[in-house]
Design a protein around this ligand. Structure first.
Ligand SMILES: Nc1ncnc2c1ncn2[C@@H]1O[C@H](COP(=O)(O)OP(=O)(O)OP(=O)(O)O)[C@@H](O)[C@H]1O
Length: 273
C-alpha cells in the first residue's frame, strides 16, 4: 500500500533514556519523531504517550522537556548532538499557569518578547496566534475571567511563542466532559496544522482522544517475570503508526469500527503492562 505521506528530517530523538532512583523507572527508552510530509498539506506531528498509572510517563515527559537529565541516555532535537535544553520544548501543564495580573495580551507579549527581534515582530506574532485561536476579543481579558478551554489555548499560544515548534502537553483531557474533550482535540489538531514543524507530544490516559488526534502512539510499559510480577524499568513497548494504518487525520475517525477496535486493543494491552 502506498502511504499518503513521506518522512522528512528527524525532529526528536530519544536515545536509550534510563532514569533510576532506588530502582529503575525508565529502562532504555528510545523513540524518534520525523517530519511528516503530506502533499498539499501543512501537517505537523502529534504523538501520544500512553501507559498505565505510575509507569513513568511524567519522568519521560520531564526528560523530553529538558527539565530533568536522564540517569543515562539523551534527548535531542532536530538532529543536534547536544541534549535538549529547558525552554526549547514548550510545556503545557495541567493547570495552565499564566500571569493572573496580566491580560491575555500581556501574557503573550512576555513570551514573544523573549524570542522576537523587535517589539513589532512580537506584536505581530501574538496577533497571528490570537487570530489563529479565534481569541482576539479576549486580548484585554485577565486569565481568571477566561474559561478553562480559553486558558488552555492561551497557555498553548504562550508556549508556541517561546519554544521552537515543540509542545509537550500533560494530561490535557483529564477531568473534561466529552464536549470539552472534543474542543481540546480540535485545538491540538489545529496547532498541528499551523506549521509543518509543529510537533506535539501528549501524555494521556485517554485512549479514545489519543486515537482521535495522533499520527503515532507510544505505549510505555514494563515486562513481567515468570511469576507474572511486573519488573521495574519501563520502555516503549508498542509503537502504533496510525498514519500508516490509515487511522490518522480522519475527522470521522470516531464513526469507524477500526476506532473502537483500536481503543479496545489498547485498553487490553494496558492491562498487561
Ligand atoms: N523523585 C523520585 N524519587 C523516587 N521515585 C520517584 C521519584 N519521582 C517519581 N518516582 C517514581 O517513578 C515512578 C513513575 O512515576 P511517574 O509519575 O513518572 O508515573 P506516571 O506514569 O506519570 O503516573 P501517572 O499516570 O499516575 O501520573 C513512580 O513509581 C514514582 O513513585
Amino acid at each position: 500500500m502506498k502511504h499518503p505521506y513521506t518522512l522528512g528530517q528527524r525532529l526528536l530523538t530519544i536515545d536509550k533514556v534510563c532514569v533510576s532512583y532506588d530502582r529503575p523507572i525508565l529502562e532504555a527508552v528510545s523513540g524518534t519523531i520525523d517530519n511528516i510530509q503530506r502533499e498539499g498539506m501543512q501537517q505537523g506531528q502529534v504523538v501520544c504517550l500512553l501507559g498505565p498509572s505510575g509507569v513513568g510517563k511524567s519522568q519521560l515527559f520531564r526528560c523530553i522537556a529538558g527539565l530533568q537529565r536522564p540517569t543515562s541516555g539523551s534527548v535531542r532535537l532536530n538532529g543536534a548532538q547536544r541534549e535538549v535544553q529547558p525552554g526549547e520544548v514548550g510545556v503545557v501543564a495541567q493547570n495552565y499557569p499564566l500571569f493572573n495580573h496580566r491580560t491575555v495580551w500581556g501574557n503573550l507579549m512576555v513570551a514573544a518578547s523573549k524570542t522576537s527581534d523587535t517589539a513589532e515582530q512580537a506584536r505581530q506574532r501574538c496577533l497571528a496566534l490570537l487570530e489563529e485561536f479565534e481569541m482576539v476579543d479576549t486580548a484585554k481579558s485577565y486569565p481568571l475571567a477566561l474559561s478553562g478551554g480559553q486558558r488552555q489555548r492561551v497557555a498553548i499560544a504562550q508556549q508556541l511563542l517561546c519554544s521552537s515548534h515543540f509542545l509537550l502537553m500533560d494530561e490535557p483531557f483529564s477531568g473534561l466532559d466529552p464536549l470539552a474533550k472534543t474542543k481540546v482535540c480540535e485545538t491540538i489538531i489545529r496547532v498541528s496544522m499551523t506549521n509543518e514543524l509543529n510537533t506535539i507530544i501528549v501524555v494521556t490516559h485517554d485512549v479514545e482522544s489519543a486515537i482521535r488526534i495522533a499520527d503515532t502512539l507510544w505505549v510505555l510499559g514494563r515486562e513481567r517475570n515468570a511469576d507474572g510480577k511486573l519488573i521495574s524499568g519501563a520502555s516503549i513497548k508498542e509503537v502504533y503508526n496510525l498514519a500508516e494504518m490509515g487511522l490518522a487525520w480522519d475527522p470521522d475517525i470516531e464513526s469507524r469500527k477500526e476506532f473502537f477496535e483500536m481503543a479496545a486493543a489498547l485498553k487490553g494491552r494496558f492491562a498487561t503492562l
